[in-house]
Design a protein around this ligand. Structure first.
Ligand code: KIV
Length: 286
């Protein structure tokens, strides 16, 4: 039986055309099947199976430990939802840094798992990785600014491009990535004015996370925007729901009803006819 999607995912050219039309692009991260289905039903344009799964679902303290096997498993779970959104598999740390050949092979693994495109962090030595992957027929999304996989080299998880020199380098890297063939670029944690400058300088769309309103789209991490993560969050996070609170209320109500005996009630139990029950109980007496 053919499964119906809410809509067909956007194509890469259609995503490019959104920039020219001034239509903002909506991207969220998702790491599992039900989340991908909900994102699709809500009409998001792009789902990023981010390596932020490391901190948000796998219990690591950063994105660095995420492995290709984990990225493949999460990407496959998302893709099985057949979302009406383009699925982007994030290339984890270590999956593309060593060589172009590694990068193409690992990008292909994500595509075989169901990704429509891949994302990788950085420029400089990573430009040839982009060219190689795109040359292999796989669309690539770039990622500049705060690139969490190299946070140690960047001096921690802090905003980037805050000096004229750093902003000039950021713009040069963005242009080089565009020339290398990326179809869009994530800009993370850069000043809003720099996010707008870089976006205006490129013909491909930029997707901002902490890069201000001047980018061509916005992305937030699932657990941040839905309030699954609680406590201190980066400045750019806006919580649109209190899912942690809702889960806690549900679990507390379940625990209270189990303890009081209110659950399960009559409507939650299976019945047996009086005749069959009598026969069973008689057999116990024999
Ligand atoms: O892994 C991720 O969630 C990301 C976003 C922050 C863009 O790379």
């Amino acid at each position: 039986m053919t499964e119906l999607r809410a809509r067909e995912p956007l194509t890469i050219p259609e995503i490019g055309a959104m920039k020219s039309a001034g239509t903002k692009i909506v991207m969220v991260t998702a790491y599992d099947h039900p989340s991908a289905r909900l994102a699709s039903e809500a009409g998001v344009d792009l789902i990023l199976v981010g390596d932020s799964a490391g901190n948000n679902v796998l219990g690591y303290s950063s994105t660095v430990p995420v492995t290709m096997d984990e990225a493949v498993m999460l990407t496959a779970a998302v893709a099985r939802a057949k979302p009406g959104a383009l699925v982007i598999g994030d290339m984890p740390f270590g999956s593309f840094q060593a060589s172009d050949a590694d990068a193409v092979a690992n990008a292909a693994r994500l595509v075989k798992a169901g990704a429509d495109a891949v994302k990788l962090e950085g420029a400089g030595p990573m430009l040839s990785r982009v060219t190689a992957i795109v040359g292999g027929g796989i669309p690539v999304m770039g990622h500049l600014g705060l690139t969490p996989q190299s946070a140690t080299m960047l001096g921690g998880m802090k905003a980037q491009g805050r000096t004229a020199e750093a902003a000039t380098q950021l713009l040069a890297d963005a242009r080089a990535l565009e020339t290398a063939g990326i179809f869009s670029l994530v800009l993370e944690s850069v000043p809003a004015r720099i996010g707008a400058h870089v976006s205006a300088a490129l013909s491909i769309p930029t997707i901002g996370i902490g890069a201000g309103p001047g980018t061509d789209g916005q992305v937030l991490v699932w657990h941040d925007l839905l309030g699954i993560n609680e406590g201190v969050a980066p400045r750019f996070v806006k919580r649109y729901a209190d899912v942690a609170g809702e889960i806690r209320r549900g679990l507390e109500a379940f625990a209270a009803e189990v303890r009081s005996g209110a659950y399960p009630a009559d409507e939650h139990v299976y019945k047996i006819s009086a005749e069959e029950l009598r026969a069973f109980e008689t057999s116990l007496e024999d």
